[in-house]
Ligand binder design. Sequence first.
Ligand code: 13P
Length: 249
Amino acid sequence: MKKIIVANWKMNGSSESTKKWAQDFMLLIPEVPYGVEAVACPPAPLIPLLNYLMDSSEVKLGAQDCHAKPEGAFTGETSAELLKDIGCGYVIVGHSERRTYNSESNEIVSAKASSAIKSGLIPIICIGETKEQRDRGDTIKVINQQIDESLPKEAGIGNFILAYEPVWAIGSGNLPTMDEIKQVHDAIIARVSKSIAIETSKVYVLYGGSVKADNAGEILALSNVSGVLVGGASLNGQDFCKIILSAVS
Ligand code: 13P
């Protein structure tokens, strides 16, 4: 199975920095290594530019969010259909920042993931516990509820990915131990496999939260980690390339 390495630039970047990122990337990784799927999710207005600049590369494009409806009077929103139309293959849904700042419930996340699947995009559905929930010993309970309520009925083999992002690990430099990541991923895989009746080996779960070039190799070596979702360290093309290369070294 390929390791999936996803860059989430969040609300960062400009046309200038995108050109530099693409240049650095193409220089360091003219060909994405065998066994790796590399995905870049810039802010939506930069997607066409990055698509143009990376035309000769196998890097896939993704967005950071989509609307649940295919079109209509929803000012400021972007549909999954349009993202597909402009060249995306993936879309992140339910990132904890959207759950927090945009009050996105599991129900909304499920509707967005459903729309993504129907449009031919692979949703990267984010789940993860807060520090308080973890300290109360509720991690698995929270995650199970997020899985049960955020997975759309269309979810099936190969058409969605989950990302385990402990909220307290995002942008903090603090990571769970490798054992903790392994345990939570095992629990996620078991729950998903049971709830939509697919083999455990067909459930893809990325880890996200303070992934850097110097810890990615260890995380990616865990057998039940299908890849990583990278925030801060993906803004620099060279650092992101190092993370990609650590998947195959
Ligand atoms: P950081 O890698 O900056 O911790 O962000 C993780 C994240 O939220 C990716 O979606």
